[in-house]
Design a protein around this ligand. Structure first.
Ligand code: BGC
Length: 386
């Protein structure tokens, strides 16, 4: 009996060691050993769930943190900064040692100031936290390049290189939420490709034309508050019956997939576009948009592998929590090293901005996000992407 008990105890010890090793990130693909992670709490504050990516970001962040031996608490702000600030307050009360924050608007700065007061580090996740000097790190994609890819998609879709001012192409412009710093970079990246064609008369803009996002008055007119698809759909409907009444649009610059589909919905309700939709750009490689790209309804999207962004965020968090002086993020470049330090400008200081690379998706490579494991089997089945 004694022998039996000893064996049982030994087995239990091995079992709990294996469990602990698993929790400490022994299987981590990043090579992090996390010997001193010690189960500290990482707070994950994501902005909303209307745009599907945030649900995936949240799940990936939680899994990556737990894989490295941390505890993680995930919150979604439902598009409401006041709610997100309360959630951040609760995370601090629960003793979070680090926060990963995808903000809604610059009202988040007061919650970040509270974190700084508690000596809790904050990583701005995907979106810069503006008007704050209370944090040091920002991790995102190269958002200017996201816009360039959208502009290049429209350039290719309309074959602008071969087009002439005698027979111009017509485009209408949409931007993301003015509360989101990314929206400005997306727009400026896209317009860096499209402006030369507009200047030469090959491309004509229907509706407001901010040459860059610095034209604040016109940018506000094409912006989509809160990235809400209903706002984009209504604006498109109004354009179709207003400014675009007497032309046939060849393209629409849409800043992400959720808005692209809302814009396409407005177009298909108009007899003029039933058989020939405009070339519409997008972003996020959402399954529903991949299906439309496959079927030729949406022209392109930009694939940002948010599982990689989440992994990078936790690799960064792990180093910050261990007091590493100059954290490095594999696969990311520093914005300052490629002349894009503006991406890390909060208006109060320049934070260290790490950028991952976005990828262009068209009908030629629509399967790439699936191959990368970004689309779940359920999404594949539900959207006919087999
Ligand atoms: C993100 C996009 C997303 C948009 C709306 C941006 O900050 O970078 O991926 O489509 O927010 O949620």
């Amino acid at each position: 009996m004694k022998k039996f008990l000893a064996v049982l105890l030994a087995l239990f010890a091995v079992g709990s060691f294996a469990f602990a090793a698993g929790r400490q990130g022994g299987s981590s693909s990043s090579g992090s050993t996390s010997t001193s992670a010690g189960g500290a709490l990482i707070g994950l504050a994501m902005p909303e769930t209307t745009v599907l990516r945030w649900v995936k970001d949240g799940a990936s962040l939680k899994a990556e943190a737990e894989k490295r031996g941390y505890r993680a608490e995930l919150q979604f702000g439902n598009g409401d900064q006041t709610l997100q600030n309360q959630q951040i307050g609760n995370l601090l009360t629960q003793g979070a040692k680090l926060l990963v924050v995808g903000q809604l608007n610059d009202g988040v700065a007061s919650a970040v100031a509270d974190a700084a007061r508690d000596k809790v580090a904050v990583i701005a996740y995907d979106r810069i936290i503006q008007n704050s000097a209370d944090y040091d790190y920002y991790l995102t994609f190269n958002n200017f390049k996201v816009g360039q890819l959208q502009g290049q998609g429209i350039e290719a879709g309309l074959n602008l290189k071969a087009a002439t001012a005698a027979s111009p192409k017509y485009i209408t412009l949409f931007a993301g939420s003015p509360t989101d710093g990314n929206a400005f970079f997306f727009y400026d990246g896209a317009m860096s490709v499209l402006n030369p064609y507009i200047k030469s008369g090959v491309l004509q803009v229907v509706g407001p034309y901010p040459e860059t996002s610095k034209d604040t008055a016109n940018f506000q007119r094409i912006a989509t508050e809160g990235w809400l698809p209903n706002i984009a759909k209504t604006r498109m409907e109004n354009l179709l019956s207003g400014d675009a009444r007497n032309v046939t649009l060849d393209a629409v610059l849409a800043p992400n997939d959720t808005l692209a589909r809302a814009i396409i919905e407005a177009c298909v309700a108009d007899a003029k576009y039933v058989n020939k939709l405009p070339v519409v750009s997008g972003q996020d490689a959402e399954a529903a948009s991949l299906a439309m790209i496959k079927n030729g309804q949406q022209y392109m999207t930009v694939f940002k592998d948010t599982a990689k962004l989440a992994e990078a965020a936790i690799i960064l968090a792990d180093q910050i929590l261990k007091g590493v002086a100059n954290p490095t993020v594999p696969g990311a470049v520093l914005a300052s090293s490629i002349g894009l330090e503006a991406i890390g400008d909060t208006g109060r200081k320049i934070v260290k901005a790490y950028l991952l690379d976005p990828v262009n998706i068209t009908q030629a490579n629509w399967r790439d996000p699936i191959t990368a494991g970004f689309i779940t089997p359920e999404e594949i089945a539900a959207n006919g992407l087999q």
